[in-house]
Structures are given as C-alpha cells and as structure tokens.
Design a protein around this ligand. Structure first.
Ligand code: NAI
Length: 345
C-alpha cells in the first residue's frame, strides 16, 4: 500500500471535504477509508505513522496491537471523548494518543436548546401539519420557558454555556457538578442531584459518561423528577437507562424526552437505514412517542465545530510526524489519568 502520513477510519463526506483542505495546508497526506477500525481492518493502516479514529471505531487492545504492528505510532482521535480507546494497552504499546479537547461548546449547547424549544412548542409537528394544509393549533400548546426551572447536570464547557443561554430566557437555572464553577455565580444555583431533579421542569445532561455516571437517570432518578418534566440528553447515551425512560414516558411521569445520543447508537447513528427494517426494538419504541425527539448525534455538527476538529487534528498529526510526541500540543495528549473531566464525544 502506498505511504501516507495518516490513515483515516470511518470517513464521512464532510470529514473528507474539511480534512482534505486542512491536511493540504499542513502538508499531511491522508488515506481516507470508509471502514471502521476493527481488529480486522487495522491492517489497512499499513504504511501510516498515524491513524485517525472517530467514536464508533474500536480502539480496543487488539485493534491497537494490529495498528502498532503496521507501524502506527499515533492515535489521533477526532473527538473530545476517548472512552473507546484502551489507554492502558496504548501505553504498553508505546502509542501516543491525542484528541480534540474542545471544539465548539456552543454547538452542543445550542442543539440542546433547539431540542428544548422544539419539544416545548412542538414545531416538529406544526411543520408537518401546516404542510398538509392543517392550520389548526389544537395539541400544540407549550409553556413559557421563562417561567420554569431548568436543571443543568454538569457545568463544564458545554453545560456552562447552556446555562448562560437559558438564563437569558429569564428562567431559574439550577445545576449540579462535583466541581462547582464559581464563575457561574449569578447564573446557576448549585444543588444536590436529587434536589435538582425534584425542582426542575427541564433537565439537561452535560456530564461525561464515567462508571459513576452510567445510568445516572435511572428508575429512581425518574421517580424523583417532577411529574411531566422534560429530559434532554446531548451528552452520552448510557447516562440514561432507556428502558426506565420508556416506562416513565408511558406512565406520563416523564413529559417529554429529547435524545441526541442513545445507548445503542453505535450501529445505527450516522447511517442511512431508511430502506431497511430497524432492528433495535427499544429505539423503534422510542420513535413511536409523540413527545420524544431523537436526533442522530448531530449536536456537534456545525461549520465552526467541524472546522475546529479538523484544524486541531491536523496540527496534532503534522506536529507528531515532524517531531514525534514532543510535536503534539500537550493539551491534546490523552493520558490515563486525564479521566475525570473527560468529554466523551
Ligand atoms: P467538560 O469536561 O468540560 O465538563 C463536564 C462537566 O461534568 C465537568 O464540570 C465535570 O465536573 C462534570 N461532571 C462529571 N461527572 C459528573 C456527574 N456525575 N454529575 C454532574 N456533573 C459531573 O465536558 P464538556 O466539553 O462540557 O462535554 C460534556 C459532554 O458533552 C461530554 O461528556 C460529551 O459526552 C458530550 N458531547 C456531546 C456531543 C454531541 O455531539 N452530542 C459533542 C461533544 C460533547
């Protein structure tokens, strides 16, 4: 296989358009592959010193081992999250792992807001109704966001931005985070999780997925929430126990649910399955609810965010090809201990 500095797994059209431009500027040659990284496809990186991975690529021990045997030295993640990479294995193999620590918190915060307003004012239904000549408004009643309490779980880069935006509505904004941010005084009131859940009309999740936050919103959390509350998850699918959420939707306890991420999204999101029968019965059930809005992990997908991801990733790769690990900006390096504040996408 011909030499290329970087083998790019799971390529989508928008990746190619953006990275082609940035890589040319940085003098990096890229071999774009549509294939996902798996232990079986890893050998396609033969001849490259760097491999670029997305969140659905398999960064487990076996894949890394094969990449290393092919001569790969750098795993460049075009994501903030790195929970799909076995960092212990990477360290043992002497692989450098880098990520994009921050690209556009606004992109995700604004998408969460779009979902909030859509579910509240039912614009997804109004759009279809009017196009079919139905100009009635029965069933479309929402509420004033300004009169409600909004709970933000996780006030890092994205959650703090979301809190500031919704504060602009005049709403009361409450938050919980093991590391409260003093600079948000005047914007949010910090509460314990259960208190936040019991107080909020709308709860938006902005914390990373860790062993501690897995199924943070489970049957108990849903039982504590206000009757008819709205839940928004643009963070990570497994923060929400989907079966428990379906139960709460059926009973009416959960008033509405917005998901940009879903526990089992890996084999579904980012793909056109419109000519197939959906095999995931849980997602299929979710899609039957009139008060559930699902988007396909698109919160990050703005011009600014995609450009920033490409800029940072190509800088990382160009620096590494030139000078090895020393050439990678230290904030982009992923170390095994950089776990607590880790973003997951
Ligand atoms: P960040 O690391 O800046 O902030 C996360 C915050 O959550 C930190 O302040 C941390 O202390 C807090 N936290 C950790 N565990 C918590 C818990 N159990 N309860 C409450 N707070 C907790 O991360 P950032 O950049 O704000 O990203 C947040 C999440 O957004 C990421 O974990 C990622 O999964 C998701 N994301 C989703 C994207 C999408 O396209 N849907 C794109 C980018 C990120």
């Amino acid at each position: 296989m011909p030499e290329s500095g970087l083998t790019f797994f799971s390529t989508k059209r928008f990746d190619r358009e953006t990275f082609d431009r940035h890589a040319a500027d940085a003098g990096v040659s890229i071999r774009f592959l549509e294939a996902r990284l798996t232990p079986e496809t890893a050998t396609l990186a033969e001849g490259s010193r760097a491999a670029c991975l997305f969140i659905y690529d398999d960064g487990g021990r076996e894949s890394l081992q094969r990449l290393s045997e092919c001569g790969v030295e750098l795993i460049a993640l075009r994501s903030a999250g790195f929970n799909h990479v076995d960092l212990e294995a990477a360290e043992g193999l002497g692989l450098t792992v880098a990520r994009v620590p921050a690209y556009s918190p606004d992109a995700i915060a604004e998408h969460a807001l779009a979902m909030l307003l859509t579910l509240n004012r039912k614009t997804h239904k109004a759009y279809l109704r009017v196009r079919e000549g139905n100009f009635g408004i029965d069933g479309l009643m929402g509420f004033d966001v300004s009169s409600r309490t909004i709970g933000v779980i996780g006030t890092g880069k994205i959650g703090s931005r979301f809190a500031e935006i919704v504060k602009g509505f005049g709403s009361r904004v409450v938050a919980c985070d093991p590391y409260p941010d003093d600079s948000l005084a005047g914007v949010v009131e910090y509460l314990e999780l259960d208190e936040l859940l019991a107080t909020s009309d709308i709860v938006s999740l902005h914390c990373p997925l860790t062993p501690e936050s897995h199924h943070l919103i489970d049957e108990h959390a849903l039982s504590v929430m206000k009757h008819g509350a709205m839940l928004i998850n643009t963070s990570r699918g497994a923060l929400v126990d989907t079966h428990a959420a379906i139960g709460a939707l059926k009973s009416g306890k959960l008033g509405s649910l917005a998901l940009d991420v879903y526990e089992e999204e890996g084999d579904i999101f980012f793909q056109d399955l419109s000519e197939q029968v959906l095999q995931d019965d849980t997602l299929a059930r979710l899609l039957t609810f009139p008060n559930v809005l699902v988007t396909s992990h698109q919160a990050f997908f703005t011009h600014e965010a995609v450009e920033a991801i490409a800029t940072t990733t190509t800088e990382t790769v160009a620096g590494f090809l030139r000078e090895g690990p020393r050439g990678v900006p230290s904030e982009n390096l992923v170390r095994r201990a950089s776990h607590v504040h880790a973003s997951e996408r």
